[in-house]
Design a protein around this ligand. Structure first.
Ligand code: F0G
Length: 433
């Protein structure tokens, strides 16, 4: 399909060529998106091709992103793409979590099974491929951790020079370790995510560095494939709800765009409702939806779910549109609710990082209020791997986890390690006691 960049603002809608290194409309400054000029397509033929590619040994068929290349703006260029076999993430049935959320059934789509352990890989393979197409040598992002881990891996795999900006002292060691290991030049800046993003945008323009935050429309294109793959795995039967955590709101934008495009192409006939869940201390989108009026950023966001500790989400206008179109909802959850939901997901044998657990906590609130019905078909997207933030886990299970105000989180589902003497009888007494 022919693709262009287009201003997201409906009153402007200026178009730009697909190979311009821009992130905002050059006329009005609004966000950009990729816009396709659809020809007639044969939906059944495409579905068949995607299914067949799963059994192929070709990299671009195996990748759960590039398999859906007909729906991406790279038209033939995918042969130059950098892939680490991203996507192919499972749908997991979780009866224990369903019980916890008062649902008959609950399915997780676990993006933590990606090469660097988060959903960012789906977008990054496209973002870095666009950097290659533009002939850029240096790429940069500001990140709460996962974007930087992913960008570092993909840029290094492509032979580019990754530069990572992170808020000093505010990301988990698992994620910082990945950026270092994958060879990114890593700057820990003494400011929060939102402040650093403003800084990096200025530097990217000044130094000709390609920016790979989710403001980059090619990242959003790649993240659409999370939904394509989900629907493919369900034989194109949409669920009632898709639940996801909201931070910078790039993923919400990507999911909504994917659903609209699939509907417009005749791949699905109904659009599931999106439920976006934010942490209470970083919930500007929740406030905006509930109270209306102007969008107001939160100058000092706080949450232990550092991945979504964002007070000024750049993609809110896109996310707002997608929540409206899908008849969606936005919820917020407390630190205690996130921590408990995370432990429950762990007990399902699945596990995830704190931000991802906001989904289950949110579903529990939404079933309690009657918004989600107990027999609804619900898929929650777990965005990051359990090992991203082991420090949080250890503290929760040992009763040492404190919320940003310093209040101890109750370790309701705690599972403390037991220190035992080197003595079989004593250990037997512990195990039988
Ligand atoms: N879950 C995880 C694990 C994340 O890392 C992020 C975002 C989100 C949810 C929220 O997604 O921003 O699209 O609404 N992490 C970004 C980062 C900001 O820098 O890694 P969003």
């Amino acid at each position: 399909m022919l693709a262009e960049l287009a201003c997201f603002e409906q009153t402007c809608r200026t178009h730009f060529p697909i190979d311009q290194p821009i992130y905002n409309c050059q006329k009005c400054g609004a966000l950009l998106e990729v816009s396709f000029r659809n020809g007639q397509i044969d939906a059944e033929l495409w579905k068949k091709a995607w299914r067949e590619r799963r059994t192929s040994n070709e990299v671009f068929d195996q990748s759960g992103v590039w398999r859906y290349r007909e729906l991406l703006p790279f038209d033939g260029y995918h042969l130059q793409a950098v892939s680490l076999r991203e996507g192919n993430t499972p749908l997991l049935n979780a009866p224990r979590a369903a019980d916890y959320a008062r649902l008959n059934q609950l399915t997780f789509k676990h993006q933590g099974y990606n090469p660097t352990g988060s959903f960012k890989d789906n977008g990054m393979t496209c973002g870095v491929t666009q950097a290659i197409r533009l002939g850029k040598r240096r790429v940069a992002c500001v990140s709460t951790g996962n974007t930087s881990a992913s960008m570092a891996a993909y840029a290094s795999a492509a032979g580019l020079d990754p530069i990572v900006f992170i808020p000093h002292g505010n990301i988990s060691y698992g994620k910082l370790a990945q950026a270092l290991e994958y060879g990114a030049r890593t700057l820990q800046v003494e400011a929060n995510f939102d402040q650093i993003l403003a800084l990096v945008r200025e530097l990217a323009d000044r130094l000709g560095i390609y920016l790979l935050n989710s403001i980059n429309p090619f990242r959003i294109e790649g993240q659409k494939t999370i939904i394509f793959e989900m629907l493919d795995q369900r034989d194109w039967n949409p669920p009632d709800w898709i639940v996801l955590p909201g931070g910078n709101l790039g993923n919400t934008s990507a999911f909504g765009k994917a659903l609209r495009e699939m509907r417009d192409l005749g791949l699905i006939s109904t659009i599931p409702r999106l439920a976006v869940v934010q942490a209470e201390g970083a919930s500007p989108f929740y406030d905006f939806i509930r109270t209306g009026g102007e969008f107001r950023s939160q100058p000092d966001p706080h949450t232990l779910a550092t991945a979504i500790k964002i007070g000024d989400p750049v993609s809110w206008p896109k996310a707002f549109q997608e929540v409206e179109i899908s008849n969606g909802v936005v919820e917020k959850v407390s630190e205690q609710e996130i921590a408990d939901a995370k432990a429950i997901i762990g007990r399902c044998g699945i596990g995830c990082e704190p931000a991802s657990a906001a989904t289950l906590a949110g579903i529990q609130k939404l079933t309690r209020s009657g918004t989600i019905g107990e027999s609804d078909d619900v898929i929650a997207v777990l965005t990051g791997n359990v090992l991203k933030d082991p420090d949080y886990i250890y503290r929760y299970h040992t009763g040492q986890l404190k919320d940003p105000e310093g209040k101890t989180i109750d370790s309701r589902f705690g599972n403390k390690p037991i220190v035992a003497p080197n003595d079989a009888d004593a250990i037997a007494r512990i195990l039988e006691g």
